[in-house]
Design a protein around this ligand. Structure first.
Ligand code: IMP
Length: 423
């Protein structure tokens, strides 16, 4: 049985949580494969809004098993809060939520190191969510990390102590003003570890292998977006994991040949939170309207997101790197009422017009080349089928499909589960 994959194609915040929630009814298992609590996956149904950070977005469905894969980094303190928020929903967490023993743990000192590293960079800061993601993945690849499986064994606290001591020396090295009370942070951490220890830890690659043999359907859920990928994103303004399709193989132990559908999610415009290049960023009324109507504030940090026109050069790059088979366009409703829409179809780069994403996409290197299209006036939020779509929206979609050479199968017209139109 094959594994389908769902990923964000821009700089994150495309609406993956909502789509996983919508698609979960078709799957037995939802498996998160990378990232950690830097993500904020927002789901809305029955008039309630839920924000998940580490727990997969299929958790509210009665039958789906949710797996936190080996590629994910877990902060026990944030994880415990997420579990607390789920309490009113009477979910059988021990049965429905499984955690890979090979997932790495975010320690309190990882968070402090993130803050120290960012503070030391001054204006060149990444704009990290400060959840300790970079330092945790550094310890993972540096072969120093502490994994979920370790906390099942005796003696892991010694390993913890020596790693935390090393981190404290590194924090001192940065020589920045970071105030913290480690004893207090550790008390919270060890309390949360006890909660974690009550959950179900598994050898997830084996579990997924058997699940495939048993004919179970699996959806791998990505976090962040392709342009934040550690290899293919706008380095160094990226996150520290592979957010692209290959990350699902390493982050779950699923063989490449088993991946079937690759669902790529994008917004009808572009947003970015944190620092880094953004060729189509707008500083005018159009950008301000996208931010306001689209409620573009980070689900994890509350920071306002930067907004701009849709960048097809970057989107095409993401479609190709991931091998996207189906696209899903989010937040089409936000563009209602715009007198005109612009779509970036090429860059002017060093005096030349190019259609691929070059190594340098900073404002001094690239200027977007736009195709202008008429906007639509109609409110899309109450629409229930494509037959109700205005001509201008259909033209916009057709133009994107042609440029991206990939069908757009879902158009989302609002945050609620019900505001999802299949084409
Ligand atoms: P970090 O992963 O928290 O270190 O953040 C690195 C960069 O990725 C920053 O620019 C963040 O704003 C961005 N980032 C991390 N997670 C997300 C996300 O879930 N959505 C959007 N941006 C994110």
């Amino acid at each position: 049985m094959a594994v389908d994959l769902l990923l964000g194609l821009q700089w994150g915040d495309e609406g993956k949580g909502k789509i996983v929630d919508v698609l979960t009814k078709n799957y037995n298992i939802i498996a998160r494969f990378q990232g950690g609590p830097n993500a904020g996956h927002t789901l809305e149904f029955d008039g309630i809004k839920h924000v998940l950070h580490t727990i997969p977005s299929g958790i509210f469905h009665p039958d789906a098993i949710n797996l936190v894969g080996n590629g994910v980094v877990i902060d026990p303190v944030i994880f415990k809060k997420e579990l607390d928020n789920l309490q009113p929903f009477n979910i059988d967490i021990k049965k429905k939520l499984l955690i890979s023993r090979k997932a790495h743990l975010i320690l309190p000192t990882h968070r402090l190191l993130d803050a120290a590293s960012e503070a030391s960079k001054g204006k060149a800061k990444i704009g990290s969510t400060l959840k300790g993601i970079g330092p945790t993945y550094m310890d993972k690849t540096g072969r120093n990390g502490i994994r979920v499986g370790d906390i099942e064994m005796d003696g892991w606290r010694d390993k913890y102590r020596s790693l935390a001591n090393k981190h404290e020396a590194m924090i001192d090295f940065y020589n920045v003003d970071i105030q913290y009370d480690l004893a207090e942070l550790e008390a919270q951490f060890f309390d949360a570890i006890e909660t974690l220890q009550e959950l179900t830890f598994i050898d997830s690659e084996e579990y997924l292998y058997q699940a495939q043999r048993d004919g179970k359907t699996i959806l791998a859920e990505g976090a962040q977006g392709s342009l934040l990928d550690i290899d293919f994103g706008t380095y160094p303004f990226v996150t520290s994991s592979n957010t692209t399709a290959a990350g699902a193989c390493t982050g779950l132990g699923v063989a490449p040949g088993k991946i079937q559908e690759v669902f790529g999610i994008f917004k009808a415009y572009t947003t970015r939170v944190g620092s880094g290049p953004f060729p189509t960023e707008l500083f005018d009324e159009y950008g301000a309207t996208m931010g306001k109507v689209g409620n573009e504030f980070g689900a994890t940090t509350g920071r306002p997101r930067r907004c701009g026109w849709l960048d097809l050069v970057a989107l095409k790059y993401a479609v190709r790197v991931n091998g996207v088979t189906q696209l899903m366009m989010m937040k089409g409703d936000v563009l209602s009422g715009f007198d005109k829409l612009k779509v970036c179809t090429a860059y002017n780069y060093k005096g030349e017009k190019i259609k691929h994403l070059p190594y340098n996409i900073e404002a001094e290197n690239v200027t977007p080349v736009y195709t202008e299209m008429p906007g639509w006036k109609e409110d899309l939020t109450k629409m229930t089928s494509v037959d109700q779509f205005p001509k201008e929206l259909n033209d916009y979609i057709a133009f994107l499909e042609k440029e991206l050479e990939t069908p757009i199968k879902i158009v989302s017209v609002g945050p609620d589960r019900t505001q999802t139109i299949h084409r």
